[in-house]
Design a protein around this ligand. Structure first.
Ligand SMILES: *[C@@H]1O[C@H](CO)[C@@H](O)[C@H](O)[C@H]1NC(C)=O
Ligand SMILES: *[C@@H]1O[C@H](CO)[C@@H](O)[C@H](O)[C@H]1NC(C)=O
Ligand SMILES: *[C@@H]1O[C@H](CO)[C@@H](O)[C@H](O)[C@H]1NC(C)=O
Ligand SMILES: *[C@@H]1O[C@H](CO)[C@@H](O)[C@H](O)[C@H]1NC(C)=O
Ligand SMILES: *[C@@H]1O[C@H](CO)[C@@H](O)[C@H](O)[C@H]1NC(C)=O
Ligand SMILES: *[C@@H]1O[C@H](CO)[C@@H](O)[C@H](O)[C@H]1NC(C)=O
Ligand SMILES: *[C@@H]1O[C@H](CO)[C@@H](O)[C@H](O)[C@H]1NC(C)=O
Length: 405
């Protein structure tokens, strides 16, 4: 009887704990945060809020179960012992044998020149232990860069913008390739061709079958947009750069996101062309044929064009937060079912039932690739007029005034 009482007490107590830990969380609107997929959780971190103040909010969207957007999204706050400084414009990826750990780099923490507090890792199986700083003095803090992991736990930091070395006051863009060996915690640099243009606000997508990273878009000094016809590709195995020539390229852009589908297409979402949102938010590169497809579906006026994140899980693409023409600081997650070519459908639900979620090694690898290419949002300092604008496909909406740093 005593044992039974203890058991009942234990169960009730446990449930109270679960309830406390699993309370619904309602995130505030944000942009230039990061999103990292670990198994069936999309972890969101940092970004600027609606008052343009950097945050260190850390929470996840639970995609282990189906949900319907007519109800509140299944967000959960994450409580940590060691928290992250407030920031925006950082980059993250997953690493580790079972891809359970998050690697974090850079961002603007208010000190653009400072190398301190720029590298962190978090083991999601050891919560609430929190973020472990990796002390280093070789890699400059940058924002708007790409952070991309390979299959062997090397992490490639390419490009980005920042304050340069200690003492520099001028904002500069980089074409540096910093490589981090997770197992040895050593840093080294990759080859850089002279012709490689410095850039920020680009995306890097790792192709696991060939060990190549495809860099797409971004901007260089004086607002110069990077060519999207001839793409810079880094061969991680031979430490070599090559260019891939593509057909039918879309409008050039920066501050877009990129995800890789399991049939080797890269879906770009959003982006700005100079100062204004691109005309076509949804464009797709077929990596096998190097042909671009241009989406012609209609996008909701709530769709963000920059400062959002994109995470692909099975056929669902989650476009989270960011700046749109209707909503400057979206607190929403738009859900797209991706189709073939550049076909897509926006839905207000996520359905896990018809989806294959085998825990095969293959699937884990795909998951890691997907999360490693979640693009990073970024920013300039923004002066904006809050107008309610209507965005129509093929028609460029009036821009907010963006001051490129
Ligand atoms: C941002 O959100 C907070 C809390 O909802 C609100 O008090 C504040 O006025 C908002 N600021 C702007 C600029 O909208
Ligand atoms: C979501 O909920 C709405 C309203 O309850 C309902 O009409 C719709 O069918 C639901 N969608 C799914 C996929 O369950
Ligand atoms: C979320 O967790 C953080 C860190 O433990 C805590 O400071 C914050 O108050 C929590 N937010 C909410 C809304 O529960
Ligand atoms: C950054 O590190 C340097 C060298 O370790 C130290 O002198 C400096 O105070 C640190 N800065 C901050 C902001 O912690
Ligand atoms: C990374 O570290 C591992 C373990 O020491 C080592 O085997 C590997 O060669 C290193 N990779 C590179 C590229 O240095
Ligand atoms: C646009 O979409 C429609 C229907 O999905 C399709 O029939 C048409 O070929 C598409 N046009 C282009 C230019 O892709
Ligand atoms: C997808 O788009 C292509 C052309 O862009 C069209 O030919 C094809 O029928 C579309 N597929 C679906 C399922 O709508």
């Amino acid at each position: 009887m005593n044992n039974l009482n203890n058991l009942i007490f234990g169960i009730i107590f446990f449930q109270i704990i679960i309830n406390i830990n699993c309370q619904q969380y309602v995130p505030v609107g944000k942009f230039f945060h990061t999103a990292t997929l670990v198994e069936t959780k999309i972890y969101f971190l940092g970004g600027k809020n609606n008052d343009s103040i950097s945050t260190n909010d850390f929470f996840f969207l639970d995609i282990s179960k189906s949900f319907n957007k007519t109800e509140a999204l299944p967000f959960k706050n994450v409580t940590l012992d060691l928290i992250m400084p407030k920031h925006y414009g950082a980059g993250t990826t997953v690493f580790g044998k079972s891809k359970n750990s998050i690697f974090f780099f850079g961002g603007d923490m208010g000190v653009l020149q400072d190398k301190n507090s720029s590298v962190y890792t978090l083991d999601t199986t050891k919560l609430p232990s929190g973020w472990q700083e990796i002390i280093q003095d070789t890699v400059d803090r940058r924002r708007l860069l790409s952070v991309t992991a390979d299959n062997n736990n090397k992490i490639f930091l390419f490009g980005g913008g920042g304050g340069g070395n200690f003492g520099d006051t001028k904002y500069i863009r980089y074409n540096t390739m910093n490589i981090f060996n997770i197992s040895t915690q050593d840093w080294y640099v990759g080859t850089i061709e002279n012709t490689l243009i410095k850039r920020e606000g680009h995306t890097g997508t790792f192709l696991s079958d060939t060990g190549e990273i495809i860099y797409i878009g971004g901007r260089s000094d004086n607002g110069l947009l990077i060519d999207m016809t001839n793409l810079d590709v880094y061969d991680t195995i031979n430490d070599k750069w090559v260019q891939w020539s593509t057909r039918n390229p879309p409008e050039q852009r920066c501050l877009h996101t990129a995800v890789l589908t399991n049939d080797n297409r890269i879906i770009l979402f959003g982006g700005v062309n100079g100062l204004t949102p691109v005309k076509n938010y949804y464009v797709v590169l077929n990596v096998k044929t190097l042909e671009w497809y241009h989406g012609n579906g209609s996008l909701s006026t709530r769709a963000p064009y920059r400062g959002h994140t994109a995470t692909l899980y099975n056929d669902y693409m989650f476009i989270a937060f960011g700046q749109g023409t209707d909503q400057q600081f979206s607190d929403d997650v738009l859900i797209y079912i991706i189709g073939d070519y550049a076909n897509f459908t926006e839905v207000n639900y996520y359905n896990v039932i018809n989806k294959i979620v085998p825990k095969s090694p293959n699937n884990i690898i795909i998951g890691s690739i997907i999360s490693s290419i979640i693009a990073i949002g970024f920013i300039g300092f923004i002066i904006f007029k809050y107008n309610i604008l209507k965005l129509k496909m093929g028609k460029r909406p009036p821009a907010f005034i963006i001051n490129i740093p």
